[in-house]
Design a binder for this molecule. Sequence first.
Ligand SMILES: *Cc1c(COP(=O)(O)O)cnc(C)c1O
Length: 414
Amino acid sequence: MAKSPAASAAYDVARVRADFPLLSRTVYGKKLIFLDSAASAQKPRAVIDAVARCYENEYANVHRGVYYLSQKATDAFEAVREKMRAFLNANETREIVFVRNGTEGMNLVAQSWGASHLKAGDEIVLSTFEHHSNIVPWQMLRDRLGVVIKVVPMDEAGNFLLGEYEKLLSPKTKLVAVTHCSNVLGTITPVREIVRLAHRAGAKVLVDGCQAAPRLAVDVRDLDCDFYVVTGHKMYGPSGTGAVYAKAEILEAMPPWQGGGGMIRRVTFEKTEYAEIPYRFEAGTPHIAGTIGLGAALDYVRGLGLEAIERHEAALLDYATRRLSEINSVRLVGTAAEKSAILSFNIGEVHPHDVGTVLDREGVAVRVGHHCAQPLMDRLGLVAAVRASFGVYNTMADVDRLHDAVLKVQRFFA
Ligand SMILES: *Cc1c(COP(=O)(O)O)cnc(C)c1O
């Protein structure tokens, strides 16, 4: 039996855990082992406090009032745009558009950029890994405009096939929309190379960074992608927040997609002049307190350091892979060479929902199902799988608890 490796000296996971109030609770009288950060991460005290402080002390609508509180709220809100710019290493704050989640980010690009730049016969390249929110908006566009969708295959282990991808590119390719990290298999895709090849073919690239942003140091200038989408709730921030990065010259050439307050310069019944970027894409009152909380989450994650997080999660993945592999009936789903700390598996012929239920009774929270990636599951010939996903607060002891609970499932059903 493998022994728990000692915690890395540089990364004090006990202290990190202590920052997350919810993790000290129990379920069914047992210690909670939270292994579902890929669905939504828990929030550190700093984020919870920032949201509460906003409502208690600084709350007013943004970009509207001339009075003191509204100015304060606007300053705090806009400061988060700068934090997000720095987090992604974008050139300018006006390249950061706030949205309400990752799904809205993809829809913004599809409906604004896609609908104004694509025509019948143009091709969009997606990958097998995509989350439904990076598939369905493009299908809606296909049904409206007659664009063609092509899909990059993967191998059995869940590796992105660069050679196959290259074969799909042609002068007809106008957009490549790929995830940076698979939410089911954990596969990290070779985004830099994907972008380089797409640009050579004259296509733009959207990267779905919903899983990657909380796990890897992201540098949009280094990747040279045209769009990068993140969602706040998976980055230890509040739900209802997120951002789209897009190169300024691309945003400048995009029409608004939702109309209303906040995105205009001047409105008459005859004609409306739109606001400059990024405000042109932010109609209506945003999630003010949530976005301020997202700023606290970015500070928190940067404080831990993305390199330290990567190392910590790589150690967890390594240990969890070894420990689950010790169990005869466990079949891992996704063993790509480049992976983040997301581990999907099945236990013999036991239905994943039964696995999830037994694990839940042991206090172990995992996700079961198709994980919003049905085409990927179809490719693997699976209806469902169990997914354990790790975050900054998970420990080697959590992995041991997962192992023991899985062993219990095997004894129970096999
Ligand atoms: C969660 C997720 C999304 C969707 O994000 P929401 O915030 O739930 O809208 C998109 N892509 C990937 C890879 C995800 O993991």
